[in-house]
Design a protein around this ligand. Structure first.
Ligand code: PLP
Length: 372
């Protein structure tokens, strides 16, 4: 059998990610591939660092895109900051907090789990109790925007609590970056990772990360080597470390990096705060429309993510049948529930380029038709 070229259908992506990709970004992908040590490529990478600093609101010198998806950004933070025996307070209020715990264990740390109800923000009172009970804890880790449930946690308060107990912070911002307020330096986040495929509306496969000076000091003071060669920041710093010298570390995914550069240019053109407001505006429109067709939201209003809307599936409705109808009849993808919420909620993404008036309207009318 001769296999021919793959031509995917054109979908509207309103699930938990990847989100719709801006055509400017797909055009950027098709630009000529050049060498990853070409002076022009290096110039582009310097700009990319500045653009990521803009999106994260940070001056951190160690700010870069990891050449792999958000999960690799997560591993990069834990692999570099957690040493054998380090106590790490891990907040779990959904699937991705659970993955943080896995990372702590795999890198030899001792997790202290703070559980909060799924569908709710991380409870700062419980975090303060854990920090007080474990004065030897080195790190506090939590997910800012829990994509599995649609809950937003108060990162500013959680980081302030951590600082009060001399703890570094690792924060997952895979779904929050570009979609809602995020302020790395002002909030005092020490290690942060994100993903290209959510509110940046870029193609999947890259993970912007950033490390504070305190995090770099912990990395430089390690007694043991980082247990991952690829994600060892002390080696990656040889490429990104400054002074114009660029040591070969790995072959950069050249065209994908053009795409991230373009995505961040688009964000800068719109303005970060305007992008946050656009996500909030379309969230308000979507939730008003969902209420009008009798659907309820999972997360209490004050703790809701604007870019990921968890909707309770009404009793007696066939989850998979509705999602298939949206996909087959309208080319519209919404997300299924994850983990404990499988079959119980739909996750409707309004991320990046997909956070638009026309998407809100077509999603509401398609859902209404499917539920008739
Ligand atoms: N963390 C959160 C909150 C996520 O939503 C995701 C992906 O959905 C990840 C981590 C993992 O990112 P990736 O799938 O890009 O590896």
């Amino acid at each position: 059998m001769t296999i021919t070229s793959f031509h995917p259908p054109r979908r509207t992506l309103m699930g938990p990610g990847p989100s719709d990709v801006n055509p400017r970004i797909t055009e950027a992908l098709s630009r000529p591939t050049i060498g990853h040590l070409d002076p022009e490529f290096i110039r582009m990478m310097d700009e990319l660092k500045t653009l990521i600093q803009y999106a994260f609101k940070t001056q951190n010198r160690l700010t870069l895109p990891i050449s792999a998806p958000g999960s690799a950004g997560m591993e990069a933070c834990f692999a570099n900051l957690v040493e054998e025996g380090d106590k790490v307070i891990v907040c779990i209020n959904g699937v991705f907090g659970g993955r943080m715990k896995e990372n702590v264990e795999r890198f030899g740390g001792v997790p202290v789990v703070v559980e909060s109800e799924w569908g709710r923000a991380v409870d700062p009172v419980k975090v303060e109790e854990a920090l007080t009970e474990h004065p030897d804890a080195a790190i506090l880790a939590f997910v800012h925007a829990e994509t599995s449930t649609g809950a937003l946690s108060d990162a500013e308060t959680l980081c302030r609590l951590a600082k009060g107990h001399d703890c570094l912070t690792i924060v997952d911002t895979v779904t929050s970056l570009g979609g809602c307020e995020l302020n790395i330096d002002q909030w005092g986040i020490d290690a942060v990772y994100s993903g290209s495929q959510k509110c940046l509306s870029c193609v999947p496969g890259l993970s912007p990360v950033s490390f504070s000076d305190a995090a770099i000091a912990k990395i430089n003071g390690r007694k043991s080597k980082v247990k991952s060669w690829f994600l060892d920041m002390s080696l990656i710093m040889g490429y990104w470390g400054g002074e114009g010298k660029r040591a070969y570390h790995h072959t950069a995914p050249v065209n994908q990096l053009y795409a991230l550069h373009e995505a961040l240019c688009i964000l800068q053109e719109e303005g970060l705060e305007n992008a946050w407001e656009r996500h909030a505006l379309h969230h308000r429109a979507l939730t008003a429309g969902l209420a009008a067709i009798g659907l309820e939201m999972l997360v209490p209003e004050k703790e809701r993510l604007v870019q990921l809307n968890a909707v309770v599936i009404p009793e007696g409705v066939d989850d998979a049948a509705v999602r298939s109808q949206l996909l087959n009849a309208y080319n519209l993808e919404i997300g299924a529930g994850l983990g404990a919420f499988a079959g119980k909620v739909w996750r409707i993404g309004l991320m990046g380029y997909a956070a638009s008036k026309s998407n809100v309207l077509s999603c509401l009318s398609a859902l209404e038709a499917a539920l008739l």
